[in-house]
Design a binder for this molecule. Structure first.
Ligand code: NAD
Ligand code: GLY
Length: 366
């Protein structure tokens, strides 16, 4: 087992990473203050891991709330189901909410923990690659609004993150690829040598090689922990973690939540951000193509949906948490391994990026 730390003063917390950690009760108990525990999970993950986690929590009084599965259920209505479960079981303010599942469960359970009786203890047990490398760390919680992704939520840090890498053995291949989008993101924004490692190891990751997965998760979490430790509330550098997300969130919202997986939208969105960076002369077309090739090898889409027009993108991109005073700030690559957030770009370059022929770029690399 490896343990990293998210350094946030008195709200610091450990991230435990290893195979089989679900069966180690000693890792969670020290982070549970009261007697009551509520595990929030969904109908896919519950049959796989709920019983094991519940067994690990034997000394506590444990309830579970099993939600429907899917991004389309990341809503107020589903959040209400969590509160229904907590109140029906008379959970008090010393209860601990545990998220068992992917990013959808983690974001919703975290938001519920932030709101329930004005805030109760919270633990993340992420079971998708995406949630293990990104969403379980850093305290962003929330739900979607029909007009915009993740538009309602709170910053609320967990007490501990428990990553059992063996849970990835049951994850569908498409979901594993979606997680790789966020792994590749770290290489692009702040760790160029990691990109080189990924190019050499992407096939091992897709084949679920535990050593390769553990290394990639640990390196991703270390990158995320450093950024969150420096800028918890996203007043600066944390925004770079959203490389590809402004374009990607537009895809997710326009296509309907869940049609494109979050990681898939991030991959195509990052290709658009790389294309724009290349048009600004910040990275070379060869470097852009290097990124495209890696996404393709990870099994990810690199062409935005054909049905989306430039106007569609602009409409959705105008509703983004990085828009300030009407100015659309974008995360772009200053160079491979260094992202910047900027609103200082010619409008025509954004227009040209939205109108670029991504099918051609994909064919050249495919
Ligand atoms: P997800 O939560 O929908 O999980 C993907 C699918 O895998 C679901 O069907 C789920 O039931 C299933 N699943 C989960 N674990 C499994 C396992 N071990 N075996 C088999 N099936 C399993 O999707 P995700 O990709 O984990 O998360 C995406 C969400 O995370 C989006 O809503 C996105 O906005 C959010 N997100 C949040 C942050 C953050 O910082 N809070 C960062 C990135 C993404
Ligand atoms: N996933 C972006 C962030 O946590 O800031």
């Amino acid at each position: 087992m490896q343990t990293l730390k998210v350094d946030l003063g008195e709200r610091s917390y450990p991230i435990h990473i290893g195979e089989g950690l679900l069966d180690q009760p000693g890792l969670l108990a020290p982070h549970i203050g009261g007697r009551q525990v509520a595990i929030i999970t969904n109908e896919t993950v519950a049959p796989l891991y709920l019983e094991r986690l519940t067994r690990s929590l034997a000394p506590f009084s444990v309830i579970s709330v099993v939600l429907p599965d899917g991004e389309a259920f990341k809503t107020w209505e589903t959040l209400q189901t969590i509160f229904d479960g907590l109140l029906t079981a008379r959970h008090d303010r010393r209860t601990t909410v545990i998220a068992l599942g992917g990013g959808v469960i983690g974001d919703m359970a975290g938001f519920a923990a932030a709101c329930y009786q004005r805030g109760v203890d919270f633990i993340q047990v992420p079971t998708t690659l995406l949630s293990q490398v990104d969403s379980s760390v850093g305290g962003k919680t929330g739900i979607n609004h029909p007009l915009g992704k993740n538009m309602v939520g709170a910053f609320y840090q967990p007490n501990v993150v428990l990553i059992d890498t063996a849970t990835l053995n049951t994850l569908p291949a498409r979901e594993l690829s979606a997680g790789l989008a966020e792994v590749i993101k770290y290489g692009l924004i702040c760790d160029e040598p990691f990109l080189t490692w990924l190019e050499a190891n992407v096939d091992r990751l897709r084949a679920l090689d535990q050593d390769a997965l553990t290394y990639a998760i640990q390196r991703s979490c270390a990158a995320k922990a450093a950024v969150v430790g420096a800028d918890e509330r996203e007043t600066g550098v944390r925004a770079t973690l959203n490389l590809g997300h402004t374009f990607g969130h537009a895809i997710e919202t326009h296509m309907g939540y869940g049609v494109w997986l979050h990681g898939e939208a991030v991959a195509a969105g990052t290709v658009m951000a790389m294309e724009m960076s290349s048009r600004l002369g910040w990275i070379t077309p060869q470097e852009r193509d290097r990124g495209i090739r890696l996404f393709q090898r990870a099994g990810l889409p690199v062409v935005p949906p054909e049905v989306m027009t430039e106007a569609d993108f602009l409409e959705h991109m105008a509703i983004d948490k990085k828009v300030i005073d009407g100015r659309m700030r974008l995360v772009l690559l200053r160079r491979m391994g260094e992202a910047v957030i900027t609103d200082d770009y010619p409008k025509e370059v954004l227009q040209a990026t939205l109108g670029a022929d991504y099918r051609l770029l994909a064919q050249l690399k495919g």
